[in-house]
Structure formats: structure tokens, C-alpha cells
Ligand binder design. Structure first.
Ligand code: PHE
Length: 358
């Protein structure tokens, strides 16, 4: 150790300066090993605290020759600032590391968790779509009670009490004269009793029949449409229903009218559309088409020209007015439209099924 500048106590300005400067690399080494704010604070106290290393060396200052003190004091202050700067640096580094650690298990580029959103039931969707299609053709939306009178559900629709066609519809009776409506056709009666022609209405709703198997449920949904005016013909019915089919299904779908019977329409027809799976050929992928059972056609609704007996029942002049009516099953249209093979899916309310229509 060089002895120059030594004083009586044996402490030289050079020794103190040397010790002071030695604190910097020493602190650097110790700081590098700190892993937490607490460890860092302990190190800060150890070097910069009131009884720390720096203070320890500074307490030697009075032992120096008076003329040497200012210079060493100045160096000590510089070292103090450097030590403080190193501690601050380490503090921000630890903070950064903490944030980085969060980033390794939290990937901000991943899509966020979206709130679970409900979806409309396919029956609701198809009902709304069909009602909107007829709405755009000028049909007014009407609704009515599910608990009906015998008069609205049967009598006024040309189905007197002993009419054999009542057997076609297995009715849930509540009393002798009240029942759960078996179809939406009573909406024809209710609307005609309320309004005078010309009128055009679309009427969705739940209907009930005592029927329950793979292809029938005791409650299902129908949509009734009807139009009354002077000079309404079967051609109007054909044109309207063809336009509707092309709106709901593919535009290339072929529409076929097949003679049928309903007590409240004359003539009556059932409407078939060409099978969407096999395109009407009856063959799909070289095998008999399972959707149309090889016929190439799918029945979608019943319709006809409103029977004069219905007009008479609601007080319309049957000589003056003509009109058409149709009724379709919403479940059936939804099954064909979405390719749903099992009717029960609509009623199980499994969210995995329903959410596919969101
Ligand atoms: N109400 C008939 C049914 O439920 C359908 C229909 C409505 C037929 C209107 C002709 C006219 O089967």
C-alpha cells in the first residue's frame, strides 16, 4: 500500500478514496443477486443506510488532515449518488421483470373472453323470417288466443259438430266448448269478424294436438296466411306462395300444387317443393334420397280458396268476396331449411343446439 499522504491515525486520503470507489463494483455484484423489493431494500440499507458501508467510510473523514477533507468529501458525495443511481436502476429492473413474468402467462394477443350471449330459437328465427317475407308482400301480422272456442276453431271453419273431418285433428278439450286450438285457422275467423275486406294477414302461433311420437309433438307451431278481396283467384295464391318459397328456400326450388281437401277451402291443395337434398331426382350420392324418401318432393303446406261457407259464418257476402288461405308447420319448414333430422331437437332446448342458430 503506498504510504503517501498518510496522517497520524494511519488513514490516508488515498485509502479512503480507494474504499469509497470499491463500493461501486461491490454494490453492483450484490444488487445483481437481489430478486425482490425487500432484498433490494436490505442492500440499500447495508450500503447507503445511516449505519451502512458508506457512512462507515465517511466516519473516518475527520481523521484526515483538514486540507484533504474537502476533496475526499466531494468524492464521497459522487460515490453516494452513483450508489443511489445503481439502486434505483435495479428497482426499475425488478419492476420490469415482474411485468414480464405476468406477460409470460398472460398473452395479450389472445382473443378475450366474450360474455355468453343468448341466441334465438330456430323456431323463432323461421317464424320471424316467414312473417317478414309476407310483411314485405303487404300482409298484416295478427295473433290470437291459444285457448279457443269450438266456434272459431271448428264451426265457423265449416266443421259442424258431427263433421267427420274433426277426427283429423285430435283435440285437447278444456270444456265442451273450449279447447286448445288445433290449428291457426281460427285467426282467419277472428280477423274476418273484426275487419272488412280487402284484407291480408299473416298469423303465427302455437297449436295443440293429441299426438306424440317421433314426428309429432303435442304442441307445435303454425303460420296461417290469408287474403280476402273481390276477384281473388287461385293464380294469386300460386303466385304468392311461389314467391314465398323462393324467398325462404333457394330460388331454383320448384313448387308443385297437389289437389287435397280441407273443409274451409274449396278447392284445396297441398304444396310440395322439390327436395333440397337430391334436387328432385330422388337419388342422393347414388342412393335413395333419405330426405324425400326417393319421391323428389317435400310437402310444406296446405292451402286453398276460402270456402263460401266461411264467409257466410263471419257475415261476409260470399257472392262478392273471394280469398285464399294457407297454413304451414314451422317445425317442418325449419327442419327442411336447416337440415335438422329430429323434431325433438326443437323441444329439448339444449343450448349446444340452439346456439348454432345465433
Ligand atoms: N289448418 C290446416 C291444417 O292445420 C292448414 C290449412 C290452412 C289448410 C289454411 C288450408 C288453408 O292442416
Amino acid at each position: 500500500m503506498p504510504a503517501s499522504g498518510s496522517d497520524p491515525s494511519g488513514q490516508s486520503a488515498r485509502d479512503l478514496t480507494h474504499h469509497l470507489e470499491g463500493l461501486v463494483p461491490e454494490l453492483e455484484t450484490v444488487l445483481a443477486a437481489t430478486a425482490s423489493d425487500q432484498e433490494l431494500e436490505a442492500v440499500r440499507v447495508q450500503f447507503l443506510g445511516r449505519k451502512g458501508r458508506l457512512s462507515g467510510i465517511m466516519s473516518e473523514l475527520p481523521k484526515l488532515a483538514p486540507d484533504q477533507r474537502p476533496l475526499v468529501g466531494q468524492i464521497a458525495n459522487q460515490i453516494k449518488s452513483r450508489l443511489q443511481a445503481l439502486v434505483d436502476q435495479r428497482l426499475s429492473r425488478l419492476k420490469q421483470d415482474k411485468e414480464l413474468k405476468v406477460l409470460t402467462y398472460f398473452d395479450p394477443s389472445l382473443p378475450g373472453l366474450t360474455a355468453w350471449q343468448g341466441s334465438l330459437h330456430p323456431i323463432t328465427l323461421v317464424t320471424e323470417e316467414i312473417c317478414a317475407a309476407f310483411g314485405s308482400l303487404g300482409f298484416e301480422l295478427v295473433e290470437g288466443p291459444e285457448l279457443e272456442t269450438d266456434f272459431h276453431n271448428f264451426e265457423a271453419l265449416n266443421l259442424p259438430p258431427d263433421h267427420p273431418a274433426r277426427d283429423m285433428q285430435d283435440t285437447f278439450y278444456i270444456t265442451e266448448n273450449t279447447l286448445l286450438r288445433t290449428h291457426t285457422s281460427p285467426l282467419q275467423v277472428r280477423t274476418m269478424l273484426r275487419k272488412r275486406p280487402p284484407l291480408a294477414a299473416i298469423a303465427p302461433g302455437k297449436v295443440y294436438r293429441r299426438d306424440s311420437d317421433l314426428t309429432h309433438t303435442p304442441m307445435f307451431h303454425q303460420i296461417e296466411g290469408f287474403l280476402v278481396d273481390t276477384d281473388v283467384s287461385m293464380t294469386d295464391l300460386r303466385g304468392t306462395l311461389t314467391a314465398f318459397v323462393h324467398k325462404i328456400f333457394e330460388p331454383k326450388t320448384v313448387v308443385r300444387f297437389r289437389p287435397s281437401f280441407f273443409p274451409f277451402t274449396e278447392p284445396s291443395a297441398e304444396v310440395d317443393i322439390s327436395c333440397m337434398l337430391c334436387g328432385g331426382s330422388g337419388q342422393s350420392a347414388g342412393a335413395p334420397c333419405r330426405v324425400c324418401k326417393q319421391t323428389g318432393w317435400l310437402e310444406i303446406l296446405g292451402c286453398g280458396m276460402i270456402d263460401p261457407a266461411v264467409f257466410t259464418a263471419v257475415g261476409y257476402d260470399a257472392e262478392l268476396y273471394t280469398g285464399f288461405a294457407f297454413g304451414l308447420g314451422v317445425e317442418r319448414v325449419a327442419m327442411l331449411k336447416y337440415g335438422i333430422g329430429d323434431l325433438r331437437m326443437f323441444f329439448e332446448n339444449d343450448v349446444r343446439f340452439v346456439s348454432q342458430f345465433a
